[in-house]
Design a protein around this ligand. Structure first.
Ligand code: CDP
Ligand code: ZN
Length: 159
């Protein structure tokens, strides 16, 4: 049995009057993430972890931010495409573990929804997805509420 591990990281700027989407779930807040797509930092980190585990470059390679096709795009689309790439290479996802680093707001109440949504997008059992949250203790750009980070690891199994 062949197992492969992958790691992903992402960061987006936070600005007023933008939507804050994490794992496809919209989180009410005075600031949201900005980027070329819908700036879903958690989905982007998970896509990179999955692509990395499969040795298939990164999200920007497959969905370049210079391409107008991806402007404002729902990041769920990227995750579905990444899952198709994995399946075409006979990989299945064993589990994903992720951490969102965000000073405000607290997102723990949304984590069950986020895990359910990610599991449904990837056609996995919810027990295969773990999402955690941390503040940055007020330090650095995350602490100043200028940005949101996400880190993810993923384990794949070759069928
Ligand atoms: O206590 P510790 O320094 O390890 O963590 P923290 O950054 O102070 O966060 C405490 C807890 O708040 C975390 O374990 C999460 O459960 C929760 N949290 C959250 O729900 N949303 C965030 N944006 C940050 C943290
Ligand atoms: Zn991103």
């Amino acid at each position: 049995m062949a197992f492969r591990i992958g790691f992903g990281f992402d960061v987006h700027r936070l600005e007023a009057h933008q939507e804050l989407k994490l794992g496809g779930v919209s989180i009410p807040h005075s600031k949201g993430a900005v980027g070329h797509s819908d700036a879903d930092t958690l989905i982007h980190a998970i896509c990179d972890a999955l692509l990395g585990a499969a040795g298939q470059r990164d999200i920007g390679f497959h969905f370049p931010d210079t391409d107008p096709a991806w402007k404002g795009k729902d990041s769920a689309h990227f995750l579905l495409k990444v899952n198709e790439i994995l399946h075409s290479l006979a990989y299945s996802v064993v589990n994903i573990d992720a951490t969102v680093v965000l000073q405000k707001p607290k997102i723990s109440a949304y984590i069950p929804d986020i895990c359910r949504n990610l599991a449904s997008l990837l056609n996995l059992d919810e027990t295969s997805i773990s999402v955690k949250a941390k503040t940055s203790e007020g330090i650095g750009y995350v602490g100043r509420e200028e940005g949101v980070q996400a880190y993810a690891v993923a384990l794949l199994e070759k069928r």
